[in-house]
Design a protein around this ligand. Structure first.
Ligand code: UT7
Length: 319
């Protein structure tokens, strides 16, 4: 039996930190409101020259380094992003070129804030099926580019960054189970409803969200998919050492942990200093806790995504 296992993690945040106070000059908002309603204190913002593939490159280099591997050892690159460098080619192809490792399969996954979990589940299936041996799985976003900076209900929530893991074939799991879901009937509650047509952007290039609908839906599906995933793995929630929900809002994270009966000390929360980095949020949080020595080899981590589409999913992994 072939399994897949995370053998390296890495992440990268653009150096510019934007504290909540920076919004106060131009918007009718406050540091106190943002902290109280979201748990966010600051986010990182890419400079104009930095794209998702640039952030992905830094995170990938660190993930490869921690795995003790070279880019040439990788036979599959999947980048989860909703803020690709271009309409095409994929950000994964651009990342592959920047890594200097031509030849392997490379493609993007577009599942918004569930993107990393979708990409991880896809890479796991490639490895378990024998198509790949070593995959680089990346979540990379520059959401600052798709925000309406005059809309206080959305622009205060998001940030930029990238996280990456190297997933390798293994005799032991690794990824015990992953579960993916989508319900396109709710496409309208979180979207960037624009496209390129005849050389022009048609529709809106900015993120739009019915925040409270997304909030309610997120808490519901994160609860359901956690239970479904541990059951699929033949385990219980008591077997989970760490819960890493998508880092959207501290109230969503805490409500999810509470419903699942997972104590606060086993909840990974980085939303306070990263904001919501969409597909990057779970691998960023994972890498931070691995590098801090908090998530250790042998521990079980339940990673969860939820976001636009509407999409959601989870993966239960032994590190
Ligand atoms: O990655 C997945 C995508 N995103 C999410 O998961 C986000 C999910 N949603 C949320 O996190 C929350 O719904 C928000 C943080 C977006 C909003 O929090 P809320 O507690 O649901 O507030 P609300 O939308 O019910 O708005 C309450 C009030 C409104 O004013 P009125 O209508 O009561 O006068 C808003 O206009 O708060 C106002 N408001 C703000 N006030 C100050 C909204 N944004 C702000 C702001 N500063 N930045």
């Amino acid at each position: 039996m072939i399994y897949s296992k995370i053998v390296g993690t890495g992440s990268f945040l653009p150096p510019r930190i934007m504290p909540n106070s920076e919004f106060e000059a131009s918007l009718d908002t406050s540091d106190a409101w943002i902290r109280e309603r979201t748990g966010i204190a600051q986010r990182h913002i890419a400079d104009e020259s930095q794209t998702s593939s640039d952030l992905a490159l830094e995170a990938s280099r660190l993930a490869l380094q921690s795995a003790g591997l070279q880019a040439a050892d990788i036979d599959l690159i999947i980048v989860a992003t909703s803020t690709p460098d271009f309409v095409f080619p994929s950000t994964a192809c651009l990342l592959q070129a920047k890594l200097g490792a031509p030849g392997c399969a490379a493609f993007d996954v577009q599942a918004v804030c569930s993107g990393f979990v979708y990409a991880l589940a896809t890479a796991d299936a490639f490895i378990r099926g024998g198509t790949s041996r070593r995959a680089l799985v990346v979540g990379a976003e520059v959401f600052s580019r798709i925000l309406d900076w005059n809309d206080r209900s959305t622009c205060v929530l998001f940030g930029d960054g990238a996280g990456a893991v190297v997933l390798a074939a293994s005799d032991t799991p690794g990824v015990h189970a992953s579960v993916l879901h989508a319900d396109g009937r709710h496409a309208g509650i979180l979207s960037v409803p624009g496209n390129v047509c005849k050389g022009r952007i048609v529709g809106s290039p900015y993120l739009q969200m019915a925040g409270n609908l997304v909030f309610k839906q997120a808490v519901k599906v994160l609860d359901e998919v956690a239970r479904e995933t541990v059951e699929k793995a033949g385990m219980t929630l008591a077997d989970v050492d760490w819960l890493i929900p998508h880092q959207a809002n501290i109230r969503i994270l805490e409500a999810t942990a509470k419903r699942l009966g997972i104590p606060e000390e086993r909840l990974v929360a980085t939303v306070d200093h990263h904001g919501n980095t969409s597909a990057a949020s779970v691998p960023l949080a994972l890498d931070e806790f691995v590098r801090a020595g908090r998530i250790k080899a042998g521990q079980r981590v339940l990673m969860q995504g939820v976001g636009g589409g509407f999409t959601w999913g989870a993966a239960l992994v032994t590190m």
